[in-house]
Design a binder for this molecule. Structure first.
Ligand SMILES: Nc1nc2c(ncn2[C@@H]2O[C@H](COP(=O)(O)OP(=O)(O)OP(=O)(O)O)[C@@H](O)[C@H]2O)c(=O)[nH]1
Ligand SMILES: [Mg+2]
Length: 452
């Protein structure tokens, strides 16, 4: 099918030294002829005046590069214009490019074309989205690993193993009644079990992968005035929320996505827990409890040097989160020699002062190891699944292999047994995007921004 030519501003809007406008499609050469003074050599940036094709008016002085397909990001002819940034300039450039015959690209359409032209598989396309959205070094690393086909290679190996099993089965179908095929029947079962075990290992990384994309939900809780909002601000690195000496300052939960030690955290400041009488405060406390119920980590704040109240003990006994850290706040105010160790409750405890910064580094390290201890595997390049789509397709493949093994055990006809292997391979093919139903593509690329 002959594609039309798409164009978009690929950089973020706003004041900036440079912006990039890209176009892709068979009309790229025509865009050059209509908007740039003189033609362009392939892959050699040229400094040109860009003119509006209808008025001939100068729009900007740009650095233009022409890529002839298939040697381009999308695999099509492409034109890339580095123009001056800012709120207006890039808009005028794209207007000229559209007037010269391009149409505005849909979100993710460049990457979608790259995928359709075989430049990337679907897992790599998703990795590009993760790179653009990434906010922490760990997520960035995982995305680069996927872009480098780390996960794709693993899925391909699994698919090949399934196809080898299928080939062995074909022998049984073609030569029924022969006792010995090229390999003993147990070997086919063992190969399938091995694939199942490898799929299980990948599925086990899903929780970690989701944590890397979404950030570990870390809820700061404690009595009013315990120093929760001060801690929230200190970890955010900016004064995001109001801090006062008045207990009951924070009434609503406030969220921020922050990177601590290179890992992503969804940090939440909450209203101080107490038997509040005011309606707003009571609602705020309810919101806090809801957050606490789904928290990965709770940072329970209590001033250093004071014994915990019965109410605080009760609260700590009730929290369900994976990890609870007891944060002893305002350590600069605690009397020298005062010790909190007596009531350690078996919880990890750290003393901090947002005034002096003491203990904040230790707290960050504790948070990273509490939420991401499993990520050490990532450092040695083990692939990690990061999306629900990955888990769904792997699960599908896994249950087809289980069905395959059961069908073999009940000695069903090899033709019937084989359908399960085909379905398992197909799930992995959909995961890679070797085959991709339209609705899957719609969902993957809808998340992209325009120009990517
Ligand atoms: N000296 C000292 N004061 C602190 C420290 N952290 C917080 N404070 C003070 O303690 C008071 C309460 O701080 P907040 O951060 O608002 O406490 P909160 O827990 O958010 O309080 P609520 O929102 O009312 O529940 C403020 O006056 C802060 O300036 C600290 O590390 N050292
Ligand atoms: Mg507060």
């Amino acid at each position: 099918m002959q594609q039309d030519t798409i164009a978009a501003i690929s950089t973020a809007p706003g004041r900036a030294a440079i912006a990039v406008v890209r176009a892709s499609g068979p009309g790229a050469v025509q865009l050059i002829a209509r908007t740039l003074d003189g033609s362009l050599p392939e892959r050699r940036p040229g400094l040109r005046w860009l003119r509006h094709p209808e008025t001939g008016e100068q729009v900007d002085r740009v650095l233009a590069t022409y890529y002839r397909g298939p040697n381009s990001y999308t695999g099509e002819d492409m034109l890339e214009l580095s123009c001056h940034g800012g709120p207006l300039g890039p808009q005028l450039v794209i207007d000229a490019v559209l007037a010269a015959g391009a149409r505005l690209a849909e979100p993710g359409e460049f990457t979608r074309r790259a995928y359709l032209n075989g430049k990337l598989d679907l897992l790599q396309a998703e990795a590009i989205l993760d790179l653009v959205d990434g906010r922490s070094a760990a997520q960035h690393r995982a995305a680069l690993h996927h872009l480098d086909r780390g996960l794709s290679r693993r899925i391909e190996q699994l698919r090949e193993a399934i196809i080898r099993c299928e080939a062995l089965l074909v022998y049984e179908i073609d030569f029924p009644g022969e006792d010995e095929g090229p390999v003993p029947p147990e070997q086919i079962d063992m190969a399938a079990q091995d694939v199942a075990a490898r799929i299980d290992r990948l599925l086990e990384t899903a929780a970690e992968g989701e944590l890397l994309r979404e950030g570990a939900l870390t809820v700061i809780a404690g009595r009013p005035n315990a120093g929760k909002s001060s801690l929230f601000n200190a970890l955010c690195g900016v004064e995001r929320v109001i801090v006062t000496e008045e207990p009951g300052t924070t009434r609503d939960a406030v969220e921020a996505l922050v990177s601590l030690g290179g890992y992503p955290f969804r940090l939440v400041d909450t209203a101080g827990l107490r038997d509040a009488t005011g309606k707003v405060e009571r609602l705020g406390i309810e919101v806090a409890r809801r957050y606490l119920a789904s928290a990965d980590i709770v940072l329970f704040c209590a001033e250093a040097g004071r014994p915990l109240s019965d109410e605080e003990h009760r609260f700590l006994g009730e929290v369900q989160a994976g990890s609870v850290l007891l944060v002893r706040t305002k350590s600069d105010l605690a009397a020298a020699g005062a010790s909190d160790a007596t009531e350690a409750l078996g919880l990890a405890q750290v003393c901090v002062s947002t005034l002096t910064g003491a203990g904040l580094g230790t707290l960050r390290d504790l948070l990273v190891s509490a939420a991401f201890s499993g990520s050490l595997a990532l450092e040695v390049g083990a692939p990690l699944i990061t999306r629900e789509r990955h888990a769904r397709e792997l699960q599908r493949a896994r249950s087809e292999i289980t069905a395959f093994l059961e069908a073999r055990a009940s000695r069903l006809a090899p033709e019937v047994v084989a359908t399960h292997l085909r379905a398992a391979a197909q799930a992995l093919e959909e995961l890679l995007g070797v085959i991709a139903p339209e609705d899957v593509l719609e969902r993957v690329f809808a998340e992209f921004c325009i120009g990517k």
